[in-house]
Design a protein around this ligand. Sequence first.
Ligand code: S3P
Length: 453
Amino acid sequence: MSTSVNHLKLIDFKYVKNIYSIKKPITSFNDSLEVEGDKSLSIRWALLASQATGKSKAINILKSEDVFNTLKCLKMLGVKIKFYKKICEIDGLGINGYRFKKNIILDAGNSGTLARLIMGLLIHTKNKIKILGDKSLSQRDFYRVITPLEKFGARFISKKGKLPIIIKGTKSPKSIEYRENLGSAQCKTAIMFAALNTKGTTTIKAKKSRNHTELLFKYLNIPIKIKKQKNYDLIKVKSVKKINSLNYKIPSDISSCAFFIVLTILAKNSKLRLTNVNINPSRIGIIKILKKMNAKIEFKNIKNYKGEKVADILVKSTKNLKPINCPTNLNSSAIDEFLVIFLIAAKANGVSNFKNLAELNQKESPRLQWGSKILKLLGIKTITNKNSIKIFGNPNLTVNKKIIIKNFSKDHRVFMTSVIAALAFGGSWYIHDKDSIKTSFPTFLKKIKILNK
Ligand code: S3P
């Protein structure tokens, strides 16, 4: 009896340690932060470096679980990777150069980007490779990559297009023509990666999404042509025999900065400079949306870095937040930021509308539903359906009650959004699954402590 009680206590203790509690709203701050490297660029750099000829080095690669899982998978494929000082070095094996044993299993953990992108590089594999992921990733759709990659000639075995998936490649992948209608950069990139190792030219008509892969291909002199159309890009990629190695200094992730941008706007008399942030135009939907809502945000020191735009972001507290009818053409460039953007709509003076957001429910958790749940707990009325949310803002919003956030499929962005809501609006919060931040932003809470003295 006593052993089982002790055992229970032990479990409870561990559990409590993974709950983050916040009891007071944040007071004013005036600081500068440098946030970790961009996740999309870190994963793309590692995957391309693994297929390059020679050694590539990256400074400021994001040290998070999604990126470490990428490096682990590459090691399983025979790639040599070293870390020294602030540098990650990858010794590329060349196009189609992976060396690995039969029946290997690649574990993508929580990372949809890793699982989908790596499939594009594996379409020519001789041996079967199994790709799996954690519980949340195993519920996400992979038909979006299986369908185009099968056109190249690769075979996939899956149950309903979900992980675990077995991939069996083809000796001679064909180039393809494909229309990508979801606006998924992961899907577009998987196709572009697959196109590197075919005979001929692959053409993708892709609904607009983040364009880091296109910029990296251009910088690496991989033959790529892009015709910009209104909502789509027409992308042509020719196969290559060799990819040059790539040294890269990865700029800060705007998706991680988003939490601090929103916190600063909602806090009283505060100011924050976020340095060296990637402000690629296909990623700054959040800035455009928040500026339309009256937020005080400026870019300083704008520079070009190997095709990417980088700047410092200066943000200040804003009192008179306006509601927004969010233009749907900004959706893809703010896709990872909507949860925190909804907190600004909660404090705006009127009703905001966000439409065509079905893709939000395809993320690590059904994020449109989670956005609506958090707002409801804050006492904000919403009308939410499968692909849209109407938010009835309250400029005097403050919270005095106890709020528990749990069972959110360990979605890192639900956790971080809840922390920002607690610090901005007050109340007594118990936010479960603190470890979820390890996937994209392990130092998030340390950075919060710098502002919340
Ligand atoms: C990513 C693309 C986006 C985004 C994800 C990272 C990428 O997903 O949500 O966090 O690095 O390509 P989609 O491809 O579904 O748009």
